[in-house]
Structure formats: C-alpha cells, structure tokens
Design a protein around this ligand. Structure first.
Ligand code: ADP
Ligand code: MN
Ligand code: MN
Ligand code: MN
Ligand code: MN
Length: 358
C-alpha cells in the first residue's frame, strides 16, 4: 500500500557536470504560470552576455498541453519580463520570468500580470509597498503531510510553530536551501518560520514595490517547488490541506503607501480599510480557491462572509499591527488571501479598490 517517499539526491552526481565549461553559452530557464496556479519551465541555450528582459527572444510553448490553449490553436507566447541569476545552475545561467500571450496579441487568460502592471503604473506615485507571507505544506509522495504517520495523526498543534528540534519540525534543509537560493537570485525574501501545523512553513517576501511583488513571489514559488523536487518532497499551496483542528495556509498581504508610512499615516490606513470593506466579495473572489475551508473564523482567521478589522487582531480580515497603531502610521495586513492566491491578483485588486481602476 503506502510506499515510502523516494530519497532523491542529485547533488553528488551532478557536481562534476556543473563545473564543465559552457563554451560561451548560457542556459535560460523560461518560467511561466500555468492554468492551475503552478509554474512550468523549459530551457534554451543563448550566447553568454548580460540580458535585460527586452533583449531576450520571445518564445512559445504548446498551450494545449497545459490547458492554456485549444489544440487547434495551441501556441502560447512567452514574453520575458524579469531576469534573475540562476541559483540552481549557477555560472552565467539565468531564470527568465515570462508573461503568457495568445497568438492574437491579447494576454492569455491566465496572465494576471498584464492588468496589474497597468494599475501599478497608473498609481506609481503612491509608492505602494507589499510584503506577502507565503505559507505552504510539504507533502510526501502519498500526498500526506511530510513526516506524518501514514495512519493517524501527529500530537496536537502547539510545539510546531517556530519549533526547534526533531519531532517538531521536518525538512528544514529545504527551507534553508530555498532561503539561500532566493537571496542568490536577488529576491527580497525577508524571513522564514515553521508554522502551526507540522510540515507547514512560511517565507515572507517584501517589502516590494508595485509589480515587483508578484514577480518575486512567483519566482520564489518556482524555486521552492524546484528545490523540494531535489529532496523528493511535494509542495502544496492548498489553503486547508488537512480538515479539522489543523491550521490552514494563507498568504497574508501587508500593504502601505508613502502617505501611510509617514506621520499622520493612520488616517490613510483607515480610509483604505473603509474602501476594502465595500468590496469584500470582490476581493474574496480572487483571494484563492477553497478559501472557504480556511476562513472559518477559527484557527487565527476571520469568517469568509464578514469584513472585520482591528488592532493586533488575528481573527479579523484586516489587522493593524500593534506597533503601527501606537506610532500612528505604518502599514496594515490583509489576512484574507489563501496560500494559493495569485499575488498579481491580490496586489492588483488592492490598488484598484483603494485608488480606482485604470
Ligand atoms: P506576521 O507578524 O503577520 O507573521 P511577518 O513578519 O511574517 O508578519 O511578515 C510581515 C511582512 O510585512 C513582511 O513581508 C514585511 O516585508 C512586510 N512589511 C513590513 N513593513 C511593511 C510596510 N511598511 N509595507 C508593506 N509591507 C511591509
Ligand atoms: Mn517538441
Ligand atoms: Mn508571518
Ligand atoms: Mn504565518
Ligand atoms: Mn501575518
């Protein structure tokens, strides 16, 4: 029945190939977002030089194989938008984040970046900062949280959050590897912690300005899946991987503008929260699939059908950190987004609701 997960370690075998001369070439890994909120990627060889996104070739893939296009018109175009140094291949090699475009010159249905980039540009004077807290769960090859007994459950929650020691946390190596890889790539990863449910972890990216938030979080997600692959571990972004008395996974979204970050900023924070309150349903609609399983009003969440806010209140939709309330300026945290939400959609609707559509 249950097979134990394979232990995959490429490290030793690959090492000698990684020091081979690439003879004046680099490998560009083109990465895009698929129809299921996952990432896909493929590689190509280019002459070695420093590339800006606009210097890189537009490429394509078979969208019928990813449910992103019909079989009779299957080409989807990959338009490079951000280049990162590649922490997996090292050397001159690069990771290329690409937007998906259809053959008729319109953004692909799953290209949420395009509209959000327009909103960010229109409201650039606000200098919007975002910081997203990505929670996720590690699974074994049987889709059981990694390290959990195959039949039965671990001891109840309590010792695991920010836990230290065997039996309290698992697969810390993946977390460490991912942290370093993000730093190498230039992603503004700001921290990590073990979460309340065993096998659940969090990393934070931010503060990032405007469209950079979605770009960097997507690249951090790609790296997490890719590095966990090396360890034979699956990463789930499901908001409620295990029903019952186990915490769900979110994507808390911290936000501020220049005005909010200055003396007297609290009035700007309050007026933004008032606007968010008028569009609760619209926000929930893009804050992740299966989020109703997580936003129950328990396990440090607000209920999905109610908009609430409060200082230091982790059971509210919006939390104003205690320190910001004390100072009278700073930022606020939207606790509603689920772990599987698209950061372009979150940051986009935030700008649209607070500053208006474009
Ligand atoms: P929590 O206490 O909710 O667990 P974390 O420390 O995990 O908070 O995450 C806080 C996030 O808020 C970080 O990603 C950080 O970069 C971000 N952040 C801090 N200050 C600001 C700000 N002024 N505007 C937007 N985001 C901010
Ligand atoms: Mn082919
Ligand atoms: Mn956090
Ligand atoms: Mn958390
Ligand atoms: Mn938080």
């Amino acid at each position: 029945m249950a097979t134990s997960p394979p232990v995959v370690s490429h490290g030793g075998n690959l090492q000698k190939y990684f020091s081979l001369d690439q003879k004046g070439t680099l490998i560009a890994e083109y990465i895009w977002i698929d129809a299921e909120g996952g990432t896909r990627s493929k590689s190509r060889t280019l002459p070695e030089k420093a590339y800006r996104p606009e210097d890189l070739p537009i490429w394509n893939f078979d969208g019928s194989s990813t449910s992103q296009a019909p079989g009779d018109n299957s080409d989807v175009y990959l338009k490079p938008v951000v280049v990162f140094p590649d922490p997996l291949r090292l050397g001159p090699n690069i990771l290329v984040l690409a937007e998906c475009w259809d053959a008729d010159g319109t953004p692909n249905k799953y290209n949420y970046r395009h509209e959000t980039a327009k909103l960010m540009e229109a409201h650039a004077a606000q200098i919007p900062w975002f910081g997203l807290e990505q929670e996720y769960t590690m699974l074994d090859m049987n889709d059981r949280p990694y390290g959990w007994p195959q039949n039965g459950f671990p001891a109840p929650q309590g010792p695991y959050y920010c836990g230290v020691g065997a039996g309290k946390v698992i697969q810390r190596d993946i977390v460490e590897a991912h942290y370093r890889a993000c730093l190498y790539a230039g992603i503004k990863i700001s921290g990590t912690n073990a979460e309340v449910m065993p096998a659940q972890w969090e990393f934070q990216v931010g503060p990032c300005v405007g469209i950079e938030m979605g770009d960097e979080l997507w690249m951090a997600r790609f790296l997490l899946h890719r590095i966990a692959e090396d360890f034979g571990v699956k990463v789930s972004l499901h908001p409620k991987p295990i029903p019952g008395d186990w915490n769900g996974a979110g994507l808390h979204s911290n936000f501020s503008t220049e005005a909010m970050r200055q003396e007297g900023g609290m009035q700007h924070i309050e007026s933004a929260i008032a606007k968010l309150g008028t569009r609760h349903r619209e926000h929930i609609a893009v804050y992740g699939v299966d989020n109703e399983k997580r936003l129950t009003g328990r396990h440090e969440t607000g209920a999905i059908d109610q908009f609430t806010h409060g200082v230091a209140n982790r059971g509210a939709s919006i939390r104003i950190p205690r320190e910001c309330a004390a100072k009278g300026y700073g930022y606020f945290e939207d606790r509603r987004p689920a772990s599987n939400a698209d950061p372009y959609q979150i940051t986009g609707i935030m700008m649209e609701t607070i500053f208006g559509p474009v």
